[in-house]
Design a protein around this ligand. Sequence first.
Ligand SMILES: Nc1nc2c(c(=O)[nH]1)N[C@H]1C(S)=C(S)[C@@H](COP(=O)(O)OP(=O)(O)OC[C@H]3O[C@@H](n4cnc5c(N)ncnc54)[C@H](O)[C@@H]3O)O[C@H]1N2
Ligand code: MOO
Length: 435
Amino acid sequence: MLDNRTADQGSVECGCRVTGLISVEEAQARLRQVLSHLTRVDTVDLTRAPGRVLASDVRADFPSPAFDNAAMDGYAVSLAGLSGQGPFALTVGDRLAAGDGRALSLARGQAIRIFTGAAVPQGTDAVIMQEATARDGGRVIFDHLPTPDQHIRRAGSDMARGDLVLPAGTVLTSRAIAALAATGVSDVAVKPHPRVALLMTGDEVQGAGPGLTPGRIWDVNTPMLRAELASLGVDLMACRQVADRRDDIAAAMADLATQTDLLITTGGVSVGEEDHMHAALAAAGGRPVFQGVAMKPGKPISAGCIGDALWLGLPGNPVSAYVGWQLFGPMSLAALTGAAVPPVQQARLRQSNAIPAQPTPAQATDRREFRPVQRCGYDGDGTLLVTDLGRVRSHALAPLALADGMIDIPAGTTYPGATDRFPFIAFARDDSERI
Ligand SMILES: Nc1nc2c(c(=O)[nH]1)N[C@H]1C(S)=C(S)[C@@H](COP(=O)(O)OP(=O)(O)OC[C@H]3O[C@@H](n4cnc5c(N)ncnc54)[C@H](O)[C@@H]3O)O[C@H]1N2
Ligand code: MOO
């Protein structure tokens, strides 16, 4: 079960949460805490393992190499009876190719013709590569005394039985999969693929199609979030719209929560009479994790849990929903899948965005602001340069379309100057580096 605990966020006054906002970091910590209780794992074979993250340590069931074998095409020899100066001559006995399962032994004064990958015969001290030898009928002649273990790959010298091959949390790259394959691992326990559903609320919202009914608006959040999730490799397992009625929303939430790890909703998280998400969460048997975060845009963003599912309640305003998703969506998916969260870079505003010499108090940010910006190059010292697309308006999508990340501007900052550096949170690229 997910952890249903939540802290008191303070009281609601005047229809507006004045004391209840928590910081972005506190909200993220609560999500991580809730998600740490999710123990679902998938078991997959190596063909389905690329990119997945190991849910538990993997130890070697078999040693690698599995047996002592030749690293070169040549001759298996024993050092017994070889001493002094060369040249040396040995009688060539049997012939061993890779895959030959016979358990041969070297007799004194004998060499066995051997090929790369073949198990060396009992009593072999070295393999002499064929280029260092000459044949004289049934004898092999070589000039130099081989060193012990020369060109022999000993059993378990790479990974011994029981060795830790890969620790839990390893991303299964082709290299990691190679190590698993070498020790005979066929199935691995991996962090689950997240099961994600989207529930969009808003009686005024209309899907794409001919004609817009008076008073209604086009649905932006569904296509936007679907594309965003697709760029992260997540297919929605359900995507629904529900009317702005508490009981309908609660029924849909309860139903989807039984099938998902992450239930995303949009709209209805604010304080108006038509905002039903918080009541619906309770009616669906869920508990809040947080309700409102000190950020702009997206202040009313909320989260909760319903059974084993995490609910992320994004605001209806599309820019607020997008920014809220960036702060809490990818990190929640990463907590579920074990994926790494990319480090936050620092960015500086391009000179032409520089500020008026005397910033006015009206330009000071009142809440911590996440402002979409556009990358435009690098400064002389290698710092990322970004173009400011203007103050955030939570419905304004034209600037968002130009953005490829957002800067994190602390509350109380006067309009940012060109010398200021801000944490830059990169947006996922929808064309992700696919060939
Ligand atoms: N009295 C107060 N009113 C509001 C507050 C507040 O603190 N006190 N907060 C404002 C802020 S900030 C935000 S953000 C919004 C969030 O409101 P909700 O999450 O309850 O969202 P709705 O009211 O349902 O919708 C807001 C806005 O977004 C449009 N919308 C909704 N869904 C879609 C969609 N799928 N595609 C495009 N646009 C959508 C909707 O029509 C509204 O215009 O609350 C403020 N109010
Ligand atoms: O936070 Mo709201 O997102 O300001 O519009």
